[in-house]
Design a protein around this ligand. Structure first.
Ligand SMILES: Nc1ncnc2c1ncn2[C@@H]1O[C@H](COP(=O)(O)OP(=O)(O)OP(=O)(O)O)[C@@H](O)[C@H]1O
Length: 590
């Protein structure tokens, strides 16, 4: 079960939209004035046509027909020109606001901490940044301009009919009750359905992403039927909600058609009676019928855009929810040095019932090298993540350079801590692009130097050198080269290497690269081989989420505790001990 990110209330969403629009209030006012002019000039067309009918019926001078026709053309041209210009300005205004919102939401999503993303499921964030942004953008650029101009046309046309004849206006109003019922029922029913549908779609996406990402596990444990069942169940739930939303839309459209029929029938019937009683001319009834007929399209536009706007509103509420789920942009923090301190740290993963690490206390002075050893699941990676500021401890504090680690992650200037894991993410683009993620202003020479320093000589052999697209078939070692070169380029005071040289194998080139990278900075190394403790200032032995031994490795060997047993067991499996641990470091026999 995922805990989706929050969805903003209607009021919060309206506040955000208002603040985005008021930044462009001049442009918005000009746009509305143009659209109003467009609707007003279009409004002149039915009465002018009605006059032509009356002039023809009365048989007076042809010049009047020409004059009226000229006015008709002028009104048409003015209406078309202002509609074009107003529509364009509206799109510019809305697109500007939307792109600002998109940037804010994207920046906010990047600031959400890893624990919240994990709790919400990554597909929730992805669906907000893709499908919701799409729905809002589409509504903003296509539906909203149609909605605004339809709204103006309806209001002005209603005024026009009333000015022609109040009885005809009353007849036209007979369509309104049915329209109001249709809209209010639809609004009540569809908005929660759209919000629900989005959540269900993102749950379905999460199940698919997890199944694909974990396909090896799925295959190994023969979980395919279970995973497919889960996806099918979530798809079915989403389809049922989509069907309920479709049904609500059909009822809505049917009621609108009935309303149109009722209104036009009423206008024609009343018009017939009024002409019979010779109180108005045929031209007036013609103008009123044309007015009412002209209303069909904008009313259809207005009410059908309610559907799209509803969907966009649901999307907007989810987007504003992303803004709400992060703290406002943090001020940049200065870190003092590369010292790392854990003070009574306990951390429990969101959906776990027991703590992954408990009451950890450790001090790594600036520039020192600390190596974490321990069995799988003993809490090393969790501690590395906490030092990297990816999550805040449940209890206690993790301090980097005098700042809580989560703040140090936003240190001003270069990053305070960099975490290198076995999973090196590459973006599409060239090798240089991928390295410049660490330092945007690095020159080509600096990139090449960093690659050489970590032993990535293969990069020079690529057809276009560092400007070649990243090869798809990079092996784990080469991926680690890129990750380590990024550290050299970013030059953080603290580096956390989680199994960074696990793929070194017999070749110790990657170990040498690790040595180069950690030189001159505080290093936290999660070791998969005890040889890594050879050059460590501090070795911390983890067991069941606790640090059970901690100190300078020679002292630990001399003390004869768990580390010494581990060391001896490891050494038995390796004919050759690392140089420094041989005679000089090996514990003296007591
Ligand atoms: N995302 C997670 N959600 C819930 N529990 C987790 C999560 N990641 C790790 N754990 C649990 O936290 C505990 C510590 O795991 P951690 O990965 O930190 O250990 P580790 O020593 O780094 O192991 P390894 O060397 O296998 O990575 C384990 O019990 C593990 O099952």
């Amino acid at each position: 079960m995922t805990h989706s990110l929050p969805v903003a209330s209607v009021r919060e969403t309206a506040r955000t939209v208002r603040s985005l629009l008021t930044r462009r209030r001049g442009l918005l006012a000009a746009t509305l004035a143009l659209l109003l002019t467009c609707s007003a000039s279009a409004l002149a067309i039915p009465p002018l046509l009605g006059w032509i009918v009356d002039i023809v019926l009365s048989g007076v001078g042809a010049w009047r027909i020409w004059l009226t026709a000229g006015s008709l053309i002028a009104a048409g041209v003015l209406s078309a020109a202002t509609s074009l210009l107003g529509g364009r300005l509206l799109v510019i205004c809305i697109q500007g606001s939307l792109s600002e919102l998109r940037e804010d939401v994207f920046a906010a999503a990047m600031r959400i901490d890893a624990t919240t993303i994990e709790r919400a499921g990554s597909s929730d964030v992805v669906s907000r940044l893709t499908r919701d942004v799409e729905a809002v953008t589409e509504a903003g650029s296509e539906v909203l301009p149609r909605f605004v101009s339809a709204l103006f046309t309806i209001v002005l046309t209603a005024v026009g009919i009333a000015a022609l004849d109040p009885f005809l206006a009353l007849a036209a109003l007979s369509a309104v009750p049915l329209q109001l019922v249709a809209v209010s029922r639809f609004l009540r029913r569809s908005r929660p359905l759209y919000v629900q549908l989005r959540c269900e779609e993102s749950d379905r996406g999460q199940a698919i992403i997890e199944s694909v990402a974990g396909q090896e596990t799925v295959r190994t444990y023969r979980l395919a039927p279970f995973r497919l069942g889960l996806i099918a169940e979530r798809s079915l739930t989403a389809v049922e909600t989509a069907r309920a939303a479709g049904k609500a839309r059909n009822v809505f459209n049917g009621t609108l058609n009935l309303a149109e029929f009722t209104g036009l029938a009423a206008v024609l019937a009343v018009g017939f009676w009024r002409v019979e009683t010779v109180e108005i001319t045929v031209g007036t009834v013609t103008a009123a019928a044309l007015f009412f007929h002209r209303l069909f399209i904008p009313i259809g536009d207005l009410l059908s855009s309610v559907d799209d706007l509803q969907r966009a509103q649901a999307g907007l509420e989810r987007l504003v929810g992303v803004l709400r789920s992060t703290a406002p942009a943090q001020p940049r923090y200065e870190i003092r040095d590369g010292a790392v301190e854990l003070r009574g740290v306990t951390f429990t993963y969101p959906q776990a019932s027991t703590a992954a690490v408990t009451d950890l206390t450790l001090t790594v002075p600036s520039g020192a090298r600390a190596v974490f050893v321990g069995a799988s699941g003993s809490g090393k990676s969790t501690t590395a993540h906490l030092i990297g500021g990816l999550a805040a401890p449940t209890c206690g504090s993790v301090i980097v350079g005098g700042q809580p680690a989560t703040r140090a992650a936003q240190a001003s200037g270069k990053p305070a801590v960099m975490l290198v894991t076995q999973e090196t993410h590459l973006f599409s683009g060239t090798l240089a692009d991928n390295l410049r993620l660490a330092r945007a202003d690095a020159t080509d020479d600096e990139l090449r130097t960093a690659l050489r320093a970590v032993g990535a000589h293969w990069a020079a052999d690529l057809p276009g050198g560092i400007n070649s697209p990243v090869p798809h078939d990079l092996d784990e070692q080469r991926l680690q080269h890129i990750a380590l070169a990024r550290v050299l380029l970013a030059d953080p005071p603290v580096v956390v290497l989680d199994e960074a040289s696990a793929h070194a194998g017999a070749d110790s080139a990657l170990d040498r690269a690790v040595d180069t990278v950690v030189h001159g900075r505080t290093a936290i190394i999660i070791a998969h081989r005890l040889s890594h403790t050879e050059n460590a200032d501090i070795t911390a032995v983890f067991e069941a989420g606790r640090i059970i031994e901690c100190g300078e490795p020679r002292e630990l060997l001399a003390t004869g505790g768990v580390f010494r047993s581990l060391w001896e067991a490891w050494a038995r499996g390796h004919e050759q001990l690392p140089r420094t641990f041989q005679p000089p470091l090996a514990p003296k026999e007591k």
